[in-house]
Design a protein around this ligand. Structure first.
Ligand code: NI
Length: 218
């Protein structure tokens, strides 16, 4: 076979493999998690759920953005994040078992500090000089760490109504965006931290909190 033909053959084969590896629409597992989870979802923890927490997340397609499943997912992620057992300031979909690019972030920079969903989110630019600050993660109980992050970010995302948005965020919310977007690329704050330590207060406050997986979890 001549080299050009061989190259196009390899390209075609790779294309077919990639196509078959990237399912269209919700996967059976994603549908199971969305439908079967309680309103407060099981939160993946390290190292038990590292396969999910370390994987890359993919964007939603147009159909999924308009689906009823997405509404349910956002609702359950919100309830999970705001439940007293978690009480976090942000959550990313891999943390509840779904490798998709959606996060919820508490907007400290807005009146009333609303928790808002961000779909197909990406960080376009990291701005300013890195500064150290404390961080924790629902998937790494009960640790805390000191991580250097940028004070400002420019982000692009899609709102639940389908509107595409690009905006600049600063302050603590900018830190949360960096932490949560890292989750979508399989990165945990401990990968970036200068120091990590056990947070005794956290552990004491959440004594009795269950990390049991639901019986239907694979
Ligand atoms: Ni986290």
């Amino acid at each position: 076979m001549n080299p050009i033909r061989r190259t196009s053959c390899i390209a075609l084969t790779l294309g077919l493999i990639l196509c078959s590896c990237t399912p269209k629409g919700w996967t059976e597992w994603e549908k199971t998690v969305i439908e079967r989870s309680d309103s407060v979802m099981y939160v993946c923890v390290m190292p038990r759920d590292s396969a999910i927490l370390r994987a890359h997340s993919r964007n939603f397609g147009q159909e999924e953005l308009q689906s009823a499943q997405l509404k349910t997912l956002l609702d359950k992620m919100y309830r999970t994040l705001t439940d007293p057992s978690q009480d976090g300031v942000g959550i990313a979909a891999p943390q509840i078992g779904i490798n998709r690019r959606v996060i919820l972030v508490m907007r400290y920079d807005k009146p009333g500090q609303p928790i808002e969903p961000y779909l197909n989110i990406q960080i376009d630019s990291l701005l300013g000089e890195k500064e150290p600050g404390p961080e924790g993660c629902l998937s790494l109980p009960p640790y805390r760490g000191i991580v250097r992050r940028y004070p400002r970010v420019q982000i692009s995302y899609v709102k639940p109504d389908g509107t595409p948005v690009t905006e600049k965020v600063e302050g603590y919310s900018a830190i949360i965006f960096q932490h949560e977007c890292d989750h979508l690329d399989g990165i945990l704050y401990t990968d970036r931290a200068d120091t990590v330590f056990v947070n005794e207060k956290w552990a004491a406050e959440r004594q009795g909190f269950s990390y049991e997986k639901p019986d239907w979890w694979r």
